[in-house]
Design a binder for this molecule. Structure first.
Ligand SMILES: *Cc1c(COP(=O)(O)O)cnc(C)c1O
Length: 336
């Protein structure tokens, strides 16, 4: 069946390159490829841009003029949403989670960019976050009272619409991997809210990657594997309900590798930072401490224990996050 693709507004620079990293390949004893989704753009960069192409097309279809979303204080998703909104002439409100909302953190990294591009920041704490949907709805109500038409993008842009970003990324990958002998390959990614994972798992099935022996494996950077397997499974189900031309995804086929959350979401250990530093020095690839750096540390650790773990070839999806690296400069002080 041909897959019917929902409306999208062009925001990402695609296809992103699929690059072979020779020195990292030697270091890890596998053919190591990197899918440069950190290069979907500059200010509008990383994995969230692919999702926003579909989410904001939906927002525009619905006549929205203000986009509401939320995330951690250094959220890449919020920054990408704020940038994308500005690009389309829309306003944005980003609800940023911090320890004490009465004394918000300094204006660094993504927070600075949110401000720069004109997003309104609403500081929320962990209690608010636990009922984030209500917070977004209250904000939407406030916007309606101001005569605006709000559109809520959920955490990470991870729902059945946002997932299309990575379903379509698999089409791109299918073309790029077509030139290689496909089997014995694993696509590896960092999982933080499940939308990228859902898109990759579903897209790998829809565009024949799975059929060609290509696996997909995520590293969760928060919560745990059962939580994300459930989340990814339910996003995939929603996609198929809305678009029956998509294939069903079995829960058992979703691979999530647990054990690398480390000190907690957005908290780094020196080992993780050293691994990130070494990658920068070896191949001039900049990972971020919250997502890609953690997932890559997990990958290296798994390989040192079980060298054949991912087959002979790895495609690591670089999901971006570089602006989150700068506020962490201090943590590197003794490591550089
Ligand atoms: C959001 C994000 C992820 C995680 O993607 P999800 O779709 O939320 O699971 C990975 N890497 C970076 C850099 C991100 O900003």
């Amino acid at each position: 069946m041909t897959i019917r693709i929902p409306n999208r507004v062009p925001l990402a620079i695609t296809p992103t390159p699929l690059q072979f990293l020779e020195r990292t390949s030697e270091e890890l004893g596998v053919e190591f490829y990197i899918k440069r989704d950190d290069m979907t753009g500059l200010e509008l960069s990383g994995n969230k841009v692919r999702k926003l192409e579909f989410l904001l097309a939906d927002a525009l279809d619905k006549g929205a003029n203000v986009i509401i979303t939320g995330g951690g204080e250094q959220s890449n998703h919020c920054r990408a949403t704020a940038m994308a909104a500005a690009k389309l002439g829309l306003s944005s409100v980003v609800c940023l989670r911090t320890l004490d909302k009465k004394s918000p953190p300094e204006m660094s990294g993504n927070i600075f960019l949110d401000k720069l591009v004109g997003a309104e920041i609403v500081w929320i704490d962990h209690e608010d976050w636990a009922r984030q949907d209500e917070v977004y709805e209250a904000e939407a109500q406030r916007q309606r009272e101001l005569g605006r038409v709000p559109y809520i993008v959920p955490e990470g842009g991870s729902n059945a619409i946002g997932a299309w970003g990575y379903i379509e990324c698999c089409r791109e990958l299918a073309g790029q991997l077509g030139e290689l002998e496909k089997a014995d390959t694993t696509i590896v990614y960092a999982c933080g809210s499940g939308g990228t994972g859902a898109g990759l798992v579903l897209g790998a099935q829809a565009y024949g990657l799975k059929e060609n022996g290509i696996k997909v494996a995520g590293f969760n950077v928060c919560d745990d594997a059962p939580f994300f397997i459930e989340r990814i499974h339910s996003i995939c189900k929603e996609v198929v309900e809305a678009e029956p031309s998509c294939p069903d995804v079995e829960r058992a086929s979703i691979e999530m590798i647990d054990g690398y959350v480390g000190a907690g979401y957005a908290k780094s250990s020196p080992e993780e930072l050293l691994c990130l530093r070494d990658m920068a020095r070896r191949d001039a690839i900049l990972f971020d401490p919250v997502y890609t750096g953690k997932a890559f540390y997990g990958l290296v650790s798994e390989l040192s224990r079980t060298p054949g773990r991912f087959g002979k070839r790895i495609v690591f999806v670089h999901t971006g996050g570089v602006f989150g690296l700068f506020p962490q400069a201090k943590a590197f002080e003794t490591l550089l």
